[in-house]
Design a protein. Structure first.
Length: 293
């Protein structure tokens, strides 16, 4: 297997020895394909969905957590929602909701809106949520703005995508490091020379050598990234409980079967009259935690 193929569907961290700057490289191939295969997205929407998945993985690499990180852009433009979710195992899923003509860059398609970052730990009741306006022309520049304004962390991202693959590079100053650090300026100036062809098609070692061959870089082990949707019959049943028995029975009178489709993977779940009677049997109670996906 070539080195480039080994990098497919992986996340790989690196640091600059004796410097307070870290980095991450992400490549999505089969993961990206799996996230798109059940959706009929046009090329622009597909590429932006891939970029959202890539950014979610990059963000997850900068924090230590057990749970889920959700990145969601909402706006009043043709692209209404762009969402990606990743857990601590680097399992990804994402979706896009849009209407009308899709043409233009991220900012134009989203219009006026916000970017939300939610972290839901598995073992803690307290969740983290951050929100920032969609301020840049691209998703990458909006994320950079968020880190600068909300986290006071100098951060740069380079994200490139085609219809079949996505790759991303993140550089970030360590917490507490001044943004005017000379090495930070030096590293980001070098990284700025990366091209789409290089990031999408070269191996991580080759990329780092081309960009930082004069620096002492430590590259850590690859971590696998994959597509995974955690929808289930039980979660869809909880959704029906939230809908309510009266409305569920009204649907059954018209349709005979209630069809519920997962927004992420497009898997369809069917519930007939017997299923609905069982779901609403005495003792079934729905809670907020039950509905979380």
């Amino acid at each position: 297997m070539t080195e480039k193929k080994q990098d497919q569907d992986t996340l790989q961290r690196f640091i600059f020895e004796k410097q307070q700057v870290r980095g991450v490289l992400v490549h999505l191939n089969a993961t990206y394909k799996a996230a798109l295969e059940n959706h009929e997205y046009n090329t622009i929407t597909a590429k932006l969905t891939g970029e959202m998945l890539c950014v979610a993985a990059l963000l997850a690499s900068t924090i230590k957590f057990k749970g889920k990180l959700t990145l969601q852009a909402q706006g009043n433009g043709p692209l209404k929602v762009l969402l990606a979710q990743v857990n601590d195992l680097l399992q990804l899923r994402g979706l896009a909701i849009y209407e009308g003509k899709i043409k233009g860059n991220f900012k134009k398609l989203m219009g006026d809106g916000h970017l939300l970052i939610n972290i839901n730990p598995d073992d803690a009741k307290e969740r983290y949520q951050a929100i920032t306006e969609i301020s840049g022309e691209s998703l990458a520049s909006t994320i950079e703005h968020y880190f600068k304004q909300s986290e006071q962390l100098a951060t740069r991202l380079w994200i490139f995508s085609t219809r079949t693959k996505v790759a991303g590079l993140l550089l970030q100053a360590m917490p507490g490091e001044a943004e005017d650090n000379h090495f930070w300026e030096h590293a980001t100036t070098l990284a700025q020379t990366i091209t789409a062809s290089e990031l999408l098609n070269l191996s991580n070692t080759t990329i780092l050598h081309r960009l930082f061959h004069e620096e002492d870089v430590r590259l850590f082990e690859r971590e696998p990234v994959c597509f995974c949707c955690n929808c289930s019959t039980e979660k869809m049943e909880m959704g029906l409980l939230q809908l309510g028995r009266a409305e569920a029975e009204d649907i059954l009178k018209e349709e005979k079967v209630i069809k519920v489709t997962c927004d992420f993977c497009n898997r369809q779940y069917n519930f007939d009259q017997v299923d609905v009677a069982r779901i609403f049997a005495s003792g079934n109670v729905v809670s907020g935690d039950d509905l979380k996906q």
